[in-house]
Design a protein around this ligand. Structure first.
Ligand code: 5GP
Length: 202
């Protein structure tokens, strides 16, 4: 059964939450905080053609694909959204998301802005959150601090980030990530109506 509520897609009773924002802003850390209090939350695992980083695991961090494998997913209409980001494809496999929503689970997508706007255009009632850095200087500090990117990639990611920041007003909610615990708390309050702070006993 599919019912449309105010800004939320109910398939069973699951909600689809899209968490977007520039690379390095801390989307992953906010999701880790969310998982501490929302055990039922499913984090969608994306497909990508990007090279695997040290420590990343197939099926946990991403499904790593060749370009032709990824293009077969596009042709087969297997993706809920996809985008080319910094010369690689990234996309959300449809089935995992739909199965979890049908089973009544809430689902969160951790994606970049073009993909989030594709989901918005589908009008399936997802809640769109833009996670913003406190400043571009802070974003650069976080991206460098992560130690995952070459200098060229850092520059490209920051350039993309400047463009992404211009789409902020397209989102249902903008949350500034000063601190991942606080940002997660704010997300829980805004999307799920949960009282801030109580999830962590403070
Ligand atoms: P990274 O290479 O740092 O893992 O990811 C680069 C960017 O792609 C990040 O902003 C990340 O959130 C985004 N991303 C990850 N998975 C997906 C996806 O399935 N779709 C889209 N559109 N973006 C994604």
């Amino acid at each position: 059964m599919v019912e449309r509520g105010v800004g939320v897609l109910f398939v069973g009773s699951g909600k689809l939450v899209v968490l977007a924002g520039p690379s390095g802003v801390g989307k992953g850390a906010v999701i880790s905080e969310l998982l501490k209090s929302k055990e039922n939350l499913k984090v969608s695992v994306s497909a990508t053609t990007r090279k695997k980083r040290d420590g990343e695991k197939e099926g946990l961090d991403y499904f790593f694909k060749t370009v032709s494998e990824f293009e077969a997913l596009i042709q087969g209409d297997m993706l809920l959204e996809y985008a080319s980001y910094n010369s690689n494809y990234y996309g959300t496999p449809k089935k995992g998301v739909m199965d979890a929503l049908s089973a009544g689970r809430d689902v969160v997508l951790e994606i970049e802005v073009q993909g989030a706007l594709q989901i918005k255009a589908k009008r399936i009632g997802a809640v769109l959150i833009f996670l913003s850095p406190p400043s571009m200087e802070e974003l650069e500090k976080r991206l460098r601090g992560r130690g995952t990117e070459t200098e060229t990639n850092i520059k490209k990611r920051l350039e993309i980030a400047r463009q992404e920041m211009k789409s902020m007003s397209e989102f249902d909610h903008v949350i500034v990530n000063n601190n991942s615990k606080e940002a997660a708390c704010e997300l829980l309050a805004r999307v799920f109506g949960e009282k801030g702070g109580s999830a962590w006993g403070d």
